[in-house]
Design a protein around this ligand. Structure first.
Ligand SMILES: [Zn+2]
Length: 324
């Protein structure tokens, strides 16, 4: 029988593997309960950050996701050392997340419709975008064009990855050029911005979707408060970096709670994908159609036969997308 010592340290009342403290309302939340609510606080609605794999599980049809390019691995081309060497940092992130880099992409179905999806993972070096993340975003876009299926990119990133220097900055050009090709092919692109979407990801593909969605209270901005205020030479209004600010300024089209995200996306796809014309041919030129961007997009895809055009509910929909 074990001896019970009177001076044994008291067990933590809330072991971290069982409980999580909500940063929104300071409530202690039981992890199993939190998983059931898709990691959203049931008391205050705080949306916890989630991994790429959990995000994919929450969005696509169960069992439909097939990952592509899972073996793409970053390299330390600059021999970069900050507090740790970059290879050490990568190894630690890979062991902690089970990923090779901060993005997962592949093909799945959503409400029965095929979709090319790329999801970033903030738990891998802050979801930072180096050449591998940029390449995955680009390949997701290229597959969307090649297979004429919609593109969904879920952003969760601190921006470009400094350990890969200029190679990371080049990803802004690369990802944007692919997004432009997606648009030229009139394939729908939905961008979902989650907490946080900042830096080079904000400055490239995240805010130029045909439809830009965001999770409630997501941090969305290019740079920190001091840098932003210094650049434009004036104080920024409180809360300017949150999704709710951006929706009132046209950068975000819809703010969607996580519990409603899947059905929202299914509704949007039903709206964006036209029924097949039976010949598998591209639709007529958009110049002969009404100028509304949704009308221009409707008919872009000839793949689906049972796409009832479910009008998305009223509420926070804005008339036009913010892409210019
Ligand atoms: Zn809370």
């Amino acid at each position: 029988m074990p001896v019970r010592l009177p001076f044994r340290p008291r067990r933590d009342a809330y072991p971290p593997d069982l409980w999580t403290k909500c940063p929104g309302c300071a409530e202690m939340l039981f992890n199993k309960q939190l998983d059931k609510t898709l990691r959203v606080c049931p008391h205050c609605g705080h949306h916890f950050r989630i991994s790429a794999r959990m995000r994919i599980d929450q969005l696509v049809d169960p069992g439909s996701f097939v990952e592509r390019d899972a073996d793409l691995t970053p390299v330390d081309s600059l021999g970069f050392v900050d507090l740790k060497s970059y290879p050490d940092r990568l190894l630690a992130a890979q062991l902690a997340t089970g990923l090779r880099d901060a993005a997962v992409w592949g093909i799945g179905t959503l409400g029965g419709k095929p979709i090319s999806i790329c999801v970033m993972d903030f738990f891998f070096i802050g979801g930072s975008m180096g050449p591998v993340v940029g390449e995955k975003v680009a390949r997701a876009g290229e597959a969307a064009v090649a297979e004429r299926i919609p593109l969904l990119i879920v952003s969760s990133s601190g921006g470009a990855r400094m350990q890969e220097g200029t190679y990371s900055l080049m990803q802004l050009v690369k990802t944007m050029s692919v997004v432009e090709r997606v648009k030229a092919a009139r394939v729908p692109y939905i961008s979902l911005m989650t907490d946080p979407t900042t830096g080079g990801v904000f400055a490239s593909f995240a805010v130029v979707g045909d439809v830009n969605l965001a999770e409630p209270n997501a941090l969305i901005r290019f740079a920190g408060d001091r840098v932003s205020a210094g650049t434009i030479g004036e104080e920024l209004p409180p809360g300017y970096a949150r999704a709710e600010f951006w929706i009132s300024h046209g950068f975000v089209d819809r703010i969607v709670p996580r519990a409603k995200m899947r059905e929202e996306l299914i509704a949007l796809l039903g709206f964006l994908i036209a029924p097949s014309n039976g010949h598998g041919e591209p639709p007529p030129s958009p110049t002969s159609r009404p100028r509304s961007f949704l009308n221009a997009l409707t008919g872009a895809l000839g793949a689906d036969n049972n796409g009832e055009a479910r009008a998305s509910e009223a509420g926070q929909t804005r008339g036009e997308a913010s892409n210019g």
